[in-house]
Design a protein around this ligand. Structure first.
Ligand code: FAD
Length: 389
């Protein structure tokens, strides 16, 4: 990491999630001074699984995280789509096929494992824990941050990486409603040994008429992470990522399904519950000396598996453009907004996991073409945009 010039611009990053930590690491390496403010008393992530598509893994590998990620994650060899009685509708090879096609693998990983790898790239002294931002404003000379405990501080620039319910976003966009998708998710982890019928190197999509179940191996194949998509049963204003579900609701949704599914459901403890929602894309991500990144900028439905991938791309782009001036924030926003809006809107309506109504027997799985997302190489795009400028 470069030695920091004491006159280098000081950047406040609010939020130490995957986006905030990736941005902090990248900005520190670009020679900026960085302070990360996280409201939680310690760094941690919910222990569920997530997808890292090739557009994300190629960024992480360039950061030197390839070996650690390949050890902690799983590179699924195939995606199998099954009906609720276990009939295999399609089996699509992934593994080497995807890695050759995209130049980087698709990995499935525990969120906590990825979070730890990114946290290890940011010195502990740069992270202020228990720092809950309640308001901020931007002026000619800098930004002012105010915290729940009454503490105040300032910085040259502010990056709001404070997630889907971002305080910084409110400063940019005012009060907004969330957009409910009409679906909710129950999710959790089960030991792979409890579901011996499922291969720990395969991703499964089980499709019923109303309910879908996505099962991915994580934790070097030791666990499966599942997400069950059901019609929304939450109250219309419920918008939490972290609510608790009801094991009885999970059992009822999959009553009578194939024994691999019922074994998984029986092995699951209390599932997490998630009322799926996003927000409308913003016409601007910032003003003055502040900007947004990750879910704060573009909260999206999970159907493209791109929440973290887009945050990682944002972080790489921000580090490329940021020179300490407000204008450099606008260049970053201009570069990212169109691409993330396309991903964000594409994830609506089922995204890459859409089941097309009217397909034979109403069940045929149609995996939408998301290769344009996976082929995207943010660093190549940055080089191209510099050449065009
Ligand atoms: P987040 O991961 O939400 O991180 C925001 C950080 O900011 C948090 O650490 C939070 O504590 C902190 N923060 C918030 N407000 C303040 C404040 N006022 N002051 C200081 N700190 C603040 N996406 C998927 O595609 N699939 C999934 O299964 C999935 N599961 C998720 C589960 C959880 C619990 C969460 C939180 C998100 C999930 N997502 C999922 C979204 C995905 O992980 C994110 O898109 C991605 O990680 C980018 O995150 P981020 O850093 O922008 O935001």
């Amino acid at each position: 990491m470069p030695d920091h010039n004491p006159s280098a611009p000081r950047v406040a990053v609010v939020g130490a999630g995957i986006g905030g930590l990736a941005a902090a690491g990248a900005l520190l390496r670009a020679g900026l001074r960085v302070d990360v403010y996280e409201r939680e008393p310690r760094l941690r992530e919910a222990g569920v699984g997530m997808h890292l598509a090739p557009n994300a893994t190629r960024i992480l590998f360039r950061l030197g995280l390839e070996e650690a990620l390949r050890t902690a994650a799983v590179r699924p060899e195939a995606l199998e789509v099954r009906t609720q009685d276990g009939r295999v509708l399609t089996r699509r090879p992934m593994g080497d096929t995807w890695e050759k096609e995209y130049g980087a693998p698709h990995l499935t990983v525990l969120r906590g494992d990825l979070h730890t790898l990114l946290a290890d790239r940011v010195p502990a002294a740069a992270v202020r824990l228990g720092a809950h931002l309640v308001s901020c404003d931007t002026g000619d000379d800098g930004v002012r941050l105010r915290f729940a405990d009454g503490h105040e501080t300032s910085a040259d620039l502010l990056v709001g990486a404070d997630g889907a319910h971002s305080t910084v976003r409110r400063t940019v966009a005012g009060a907004e409603d969330v957009v409910l998708s009409g679906a909710s998710a129950l999710r959790g982890l089960v030991p792979a040994a409890r579901v011996p019928g499922l291969a720990p190197d395969t991703m499964y999509m089980w499709v019923g008429r109303v309910v879908r179940l996505l099962v991915v191996p994580v934790d070097a194949g030791r666990q499966f992470s599942y997400v069950a998509l059901l019609p929304a049963a939450g109250t219309p204003d419920e918008e939490s990522w972290t609510g608790q579900g009801d094991p009885a609701e999970l059992a009822a949704a999959f009553d009578g399904w194939h024994e691999d599914v019922t074994a998984l459901v029986a092995a699951s403890g209390t599932p997490g519950r998630w009322t799926l929602h996003d927000r409308e894309p913003l016409s601007r991500w910032g003003h003055g000396r502040l900007t947004l990144l990750g879910d704060a900028a573009h909260p999206m439905l999970p159907h493209h598996g791109q929440g973290a991938g887009q945050a990682l791309e944002d972080a790489a782009a921000l580090a490329h453009f940021l020179d300490g001036t407000p204008e450099s924030l606008r260049r970053y926003e201009e570069f990212r907004r169109q691409h993330t809006t396309r991903v964000q809107l594409g994830a609506r309506g089922g995204g890459s996991q859409k089941v097309r109504p009217g397909a034979p027997d109403g069940l045929r799985q149609v995996v939408e073409d998301t290769s344009w997302i996976h082929h995207y190489d943010v660093e190549a795009a940055l080089v191209e945009s510099a050449a065009d400028a």
